[in-house]
Design a protein around this ligand. Structure first.
Ligand code: ADP
Ligand code: MG
Length: 702
């Protein structure tokens, strides 16, 4: 039997499993096959070389290991309080073992009167000690393992534990599997890489992580497996990029023409920063290369991504193509439309706006103008993706704030032409480098790492609700200087009523504190209709109101340079990246700006870290790193389009260096042997092909 099909053997065929536990392994732990069991690697190791006496047992110890005799099993309590108890005694005393789950199974399998090894965490309740849900094993058959100081700990669930599939139960199954003579894990890396990784074969590595011989060997094995995991992710991404570059031709924008030159000479409102120039140069190079551009531009809020987008679009226009700019919200699309229209005011470029609320008569004429090529730049929302939106010659699509667009939507843009347009994705949410490498490994990345001149970093402070009066007095001073203020309330998911109450209560109390006619206060929230929202936003933008009370609808992109204070209410309820986005709304003019984070007195540890980070730094990348640490990669990117591959061992935060090395190794490999034809690389080629096949299957399902 080939090694791979042996690994696909259903788990119930492993000695000690059977149909019932097989069901539990599948349902609870996702372990359906022999191979899955091997991939279920320990998440830590505990020292089980040491035994304790019952007298030593204490809730202060992380765990205890006892050798003693199991007493009679009794059930006590009713309904939800029903539990199984048994005395467990050694020469020094006795302790009570307790189980709340799996009572029937335990009654059938435990043997009172026999000597057992019990392992678990001691619990103290009203001065009485007990050992809840201990791992129990007959002392007669107990094997300490190769190195008892490094006993694997596997993740499991309560339900699985109730069927004897606690960590040690799983360890036992794993050991059974590892001793099967048929088990031979095929190598996935080249001999050269294996050697670079300390000569640890894949087979040896898996044996070592499940049953370590010593700390050093364990470390080497874990490193080897982590590397492999990261290496193949990078290889897939780089391969994908290579395929796109080989197969997908791109429009060649060979010339810099009239429009760009005229704009640059006569209309550009400010000198571009060095970073803006560099990124435009990178874009230009991509678009002139004959290959389709897929570039991600990361630039902190306020770094001037709009200008980069505009210059790039003018290059497309100069080469006889149309361009589109897509924004995630109506407000943003409108703002981009206004900004671009203003900058291109005296230039022969037709800029139009298409959103969900474009009236049908206008829409009709717009679509015709688009199809016949009379529109140069189309700005819009998701509405641009609809089938009816047909360009004459779409050459470039700029996607702003990409996070809110799925990968699938990106793909839909391609179908609008036989030759796909160049794609420039702009994001203001800085992504830690490790994550960017994993998520957007198939994109090229540019970074705008410089803010326009004259900006003063926003000063950020944390204030408690009881200091509100001082905060209001400060707002008064700033308004007296002619500045404007945002006061933002969190959106509470799934409870729009509460949001509305927060923001309207806030509006009322602020209106009382800052009364007419001396002051004017606007309010904007998600439950207003579009026209009212626009009207209120408009008043604030024009400087007719001093304070804008809002929910997070203003989070993204809104640009009012005269607003210099951002007050965030219930700041503890916001995630870091959201706080950073909100803060980015101020500090856009030359004035000193402020961000005031308001909270109640009681704060959790994570909230403290978030607020402390905001106070300490304005650097979006640093903030993103902390965010990644706090939330983990899945959460950071949002569940709907996380696209983050599942990692069994590697950790994007801890293993950043290894990731870097894996990426470099994958790149080196593809440079040397683009098609992976060299027999030396056969194991890698085979593994990659298998993974791509699996991915394709998943792609069809999801
Ligand atoms: P973001 O990267 O957040 O989209 P914007 O493109 O909205 O940033 O630019 C932020 C502000 O900075 C805008 O008011 C814009 O006019 C201004 N700006 C952009 N580039 C420059 C520059 N090179 N010099 C001066 N101001 C600039
Ligand atoms: Mg922007």
């Amino acid at each position: 039997m080939p090694a791979s099909s042996f690994l696909e053997t259903p788990i119930e065929f492993l000695k000690g499993v059977g149909p019932q536990r097989g069901e539990v392994l599948r349902g609870e732990l996702g372990i359906a096959t022999f191979g899955d069991l091997l991939l279920h690697v320990p998440f830590r190791y505990v020292d089980r070389s040491r035994f304790h006496t019952v007298r030593e047992a204490s809730p202060d110890l992380p765990h205890v290991q006892l050798r003693g005799v199991l007493g009679d099993l009794r059930t006590v309590g009713e309904k939800r309080g029903r539990r199984l108890v048994a005395r467990f005694t050694d020469d020094t005393g006795g302790i009570e073992l307790v189980w709340f789950k799996g009572i029937r199974w335990l009654q059938g399998s435990l043997k009172p009167g026999q000597e057992y090894i019990a392992f678990g965490k001691v619990n103290e309740f009203r001065g009485k000690l007990s050992l809840p849900h201990p791992e129990l094993e007959l002392a007669a058959t107990y094997q300490a393992g190769l190195d008892a100081a490094l006993q694997p700990v596997y993740s499991t669930t309560e339900k699985a534990t109730a069927k004897g599939l606690h960590s040690r139960g799983i360890a036992k199954l794993t050991r059974t599997l590892l001793t099967l003579p048929e088990l031979q894990l095929p190598e996935t890396l080249s001999a050269e890489l294996v050697q670079w990784l300390g000569g640890v074969s894949r087979d040896a590595a898996f044996r070592q992580v499940h049953a370590p011989q010593d700390q050093q060997k364990l470390e080497a094995a874990r490193r080897r497996l982590k590397f492999e995991e990261l290496f193949f992710i990078q290889l897939q991404l780089l391969k994908q990029k290579q395929l796109v570059q080989q197969q997908v031709k791109g429009h060649v924008f060979g010339q810099v023409g009239e429009l760009l030159n005229t704009f640059y000479r006569d209309h550009i409102p400010f000198e571009p920063t060095g970073a803006q120039k560099r990124v435009v140069k990178e874009v230009r190079k991509d678009m002139g290369s004959g290959r389709q551009m897929n570039r991600l531009v990361q630039g902190d809020v306020g770094s001037g991504k709009t200008l980069v987008a505009l210059l790039s679009m003018l290059i497309a226009l100069d080469n006889g193509f149309q361009a589109a700019l897509m924004a995630p919200t109506e407000i943003l699309a409108q703002q981009h439309f206004r900004t671009l229209s203003a900058m291109l005011k005296d230039m022969p470029v037709e800029v139009r706006l298409l959103t969900g609320s474009t009236k049908s008569a206008e829409r009709k004429s717009l679509l015709t103008a688009l199809k016949t090529g009379h529109i140069g730049i189309l700005v819009g929302t998701h509405a641009l993706l609809e089938e009816t939106v047909q360009f004459e010659r779409l050459g470039l699509v700029v996607i702003d704030e990409q996070h809110r667009f799925g990968v699938a939507q990106r793909a839909r843009l391609w179908r609008k032409n036989t030759v796909p347009p160049h794609v420039l994705v702009m994001t203001a949410t800085p992504i830690p480098r490790t994550l960017a490498m994993t998520l957007y490994g198939d994109l090229d990345v540019s970074v705008i790492d410089e803010l326009p001149p004259g900006r003063k970093p926003v000063k950020t402070v944390h204030r408690y609700d009881h200091a509100r009066n001082a905060v209001f007095a400060f707002l008064e001073e700033e308004i007296a200087k002619g500045r404007q203020v945002y006061v933002v309330y969190p959106l509470i998911e799934g409870s729009e009523k509460l949001d509305l109450k927060d923001v309207t209560d806030g509006f009322e109390s602020i209106s009382r504190r800052f009364p007419l006619p001396k002051y004017a206060v606007s309010i904007v929230h998600g439950r207003m209709d579009q026209a009212t929202k626009d009207y209120e936003m408009g008043r604030f933008k024009k400087g007719e109101t001093d304070i804008l009370v809002a929910t997070t609808v203003i989070e993204v992109g809104v640009d009012v340079p005269n607003a210099s204070v951002m007050v965030i209410e219930n700041a503890e309820r916001f995630g870091l990246s959201q706080l950073h986005q909100l803060r980015g709304r101020v500090g856009r003019g030359a004035e000193q700006s402020f961000c005031i984070l308001m909270t109640g007195d009681k704060l959790g540890e994570d909230a403290r870290t978030r607020l402390g980070t905001m106070v300490d730094t304005n650097d979006g990348f640093k903030i993103a790193e902390v965010d990644l640490r706090l939330r983990g990669p899945g959460d950071l990117m949002g569940t709907q389009q996380s696209g983050i591959p599942e990692l069994h061992l590697a950790d994007l935060v801890e293993d950043a260096d290894l990731l870097q090395q894996a990426r470099a190794a994958a790149q080196r490999l593809l440079d040397a042997d683009p098609e992976l034809r060299d027999p030396k690389h056969a194991p890698i080629a085979g593994t990659l092909a298998e993974q791509l096949r699996e991915r394709a299957v998943w792609g069809r399902i999801s």
